[in-house]
Write a protein that binds this ligand. Structure first.
Ligand code: MSP
Length: 518
């Protein structure tokens, strides 16, 4: 059985509109998916929406709509964003889809039948606003609860619980034996610290339908719906299961599903997630999978959070960065470039409009845009767009940078890969300054040298298009078209030096990143 490279993102709650943080995560996953395809891996990229639960039910009620209507309206806004970001996702999962709901119910029935759940009365302090039971730890020193919890009442409620405790040592061992299961390291240490210093409490996997009806009914007790996290985490396996994936446990594959053939998606290679949802993915999800007898994902790649001007983004502060507005004004590649170049995967980042403009102007317009535009314009002006002589003067620099970019991509170091690519941009611009083709062109005695210089510049532009494809796909395609090349630069192997043939004629140079007034 062969294995496809399978990458996922968190699925977003549809309790509002998408913002910078949601868009960033999806772009990170898209670049990794595109890089793998470019490097020759058969790749499947999944993203989607988390539509059930209290947050969504409340948001719908606040607008006087049913949850179903509300989700339908918002889902199209989120799907439009996926297109605007030029995501190359192969599927888009919504937890309200029948294929997903069926898989969740199959999982619940199986785990129930095998004795992983028990029903118990829980009595404690309950915050309706946060839809959660509070513990002694949540009390303030004077014994009261923080006003953010709203009215806190004593509540007795019967629910279903998933036994986690028996799996605690197994999970610690798994994370210790697999250093790349949680990346970066400091997130892995955080999970290990949590697991070693706390006794895992069993997970409540139900909510009484009487107070929350927007969820998947428990197949063995219609008075309850499934806890939203149990529902949501299952998306990663419900999609492969519903298409007959040979990597998922056979009992989870519906009998009527089309058989996916011999290549499997499951286990996932990378779940890209934010730091706030690490515990769900590093603790609950592996234990769910172990109980199901399914293999564990290979890696959780954990990114940090964006702030705006040093502050947490929030609707009430009114400082939310809207990715659609940025893309409409600056173009999708400028958005993709800024978030990937500014923030490495791991630490928190800070969006400033001034920082965005500075990178646009220095690195995109004056760096990459200028190199491509002046190189191709000179070729047009001095040689009518024709390459007359092959040369490999810049090949050693290009080869080194291509190798470095590849090494960075293989480690998911996207910021590092962009730095490597921009060292080729800088090299190209220096080469123009040093060789001064505009001076060479004045004297026919320099004709051969000018031909060589123009070839090196065109070839650097072509290689840049190939390297940039995963990051700035629209720009990469434009560079290819301006070079008079057909198709898309989507194969990393084409970054080898010397693919432009002698006598090749380029197309028309056009500015890639129009300069904007300050
Ligand atoms: N629905 C759950 C995830 C279920 S996955 C099985 C959820 N949704 S969310 O909409 O709140 O967040 C979705 C993703 O966006 C998470 O990975 C989260 O970390 C990320 N981000 C939300 N705000 C963010 C920032 N300000 N910055 C970066 N990413 C952030 O959690």
């Amino acid at each position: 059985m062969s294995k496809r490279f399978y990458i996922t993102t968190a699925i977003d709650y549809v309790n509002g509109r998408p913002h910078l943080g949601h868009a960033y995560e999806k772009v990170v996953a898209d670049v990794i998916a595109r890089s793998h395809r470019s490097l020759g891996d058969d790749t499947f990229f999944l993203t989607g929406l988390d539509e059930h639960g209290q947050k969504v039910q409340q948001a719908a009620a606040a607008e006087g709509k049913t949850a179903a209507v509300y989700c339908e309206e918002l889902a199209s806004i989120w799907q439009e964003l996926a297109q605007k970001l030029q995501l190359t996702n192969n599927d888009f999962v919504r937890t309200t889809q029948p294929r997903h709901q069926a898989a969740v119910q199959t999982i619940l029935s199986k785990l129930h039948a095998e004795g992983h759940f028990y029903k118990e009365v829980y009595e404690g302090f309950y915050s309706a606003r946060e839809e959660t039971f509070l513990t002694e730890k949540d009390r303030r020193p004077d014994g009261t609860f923080d006003p953010m919890y709203g009215e806190v009442t004593r509540l007795q409620e019967q629910n279903y619980y998933f036994k986690l405790r028996d799996h605690q040592q197994w999970l610690i061992d798994h994370i210790e034996r697999n250093p790349s299961f949680v990346v970066p390291d400091y997130r892995r240490n955080e999970v290990l610290g949590f697991l070693k210093n706390n006794v895992l409490e069993d997970l409540c996997i139900s909510r009484p339908a009487a107070r929350l009806n927007w969820g998947i009914p428990l197949p063995f007790d219609p008075d309850y719906v499934t806890y939203v996290w149990f529902d949501a985490l299952s998306n990663y396996i419900s999609v492969p299961a519903s298409s007959g994936d040979p990597g998922v446990p056979p009992w989870l594959v519906p009998s009527n599903s089309a058989h996916a053939g011999e290549s499997s998606l499951w286990p996932a290679d990378i779940h890209v997630i934010g730091k706030d949802i690490l515990k769900f993915h590093a603790v609950y999800w592996p234990i769910m999978l172990k109980a199901m007898g399914a293999e564990l994902p290979k890696q959780l790649l954990v990114h940090g959070w964006w702030q705006k001007d040093g502050q947490r983004m929030s609707k009430s502060t009114g400082n939310v960065v809207d990715p659609v507005a940025v893309i409409d004004e600056w173009g999708v590649d400028a958005f993709r470039f800024y978030v990937l170049r500014e923030l490495d995967i791991g630490p928190d980042g800070n969006w400033t409009d001034a920082g965005f403009r500075a990178r646009y102007s220095a690195e995109l317009a004056n760096g990459l845009g200028n190199l491509v535009n002046r190189s191709l314009s000179m070729l047009k002006r001095y040689r009518d767009g024709r390459l007359l002589r092959v040369s490999a003067e810049l090949a050693p620099d290009a080869d080194r940078i291509v190798a470095e970019t590849r090494a960075r991509l293989e480690k998911n170091e996207l910021q590092g890969a962009l730095q490597a690519i921009w060292s080729l941009v800088t090299r190209g611009n220096q080469y123009v300054d040093h060789t001064a083709p505009f001076k060479l062109a004045k004297d026919p005695a320099n004709a051969e040298r000018l031909d060589e210089v123009l070839y090196n510049l065109a070839e650097v532009c072509r290689i840049l298009a190939v390297l940039l494809w995963p990051f700035l796909p629209g720009t990469a395609v434009k560079i290819y078209a301006q070079l008079g090349l057909e198709g898309v630069p989507d194969r990393f192997a084409d970054s080898a030096w010397g693919r432009l043939a002698p006598r090749h004629t380029i197309g028309s140079p056009e500015p890639l990143f129009p300069r904007k007034d300050p």
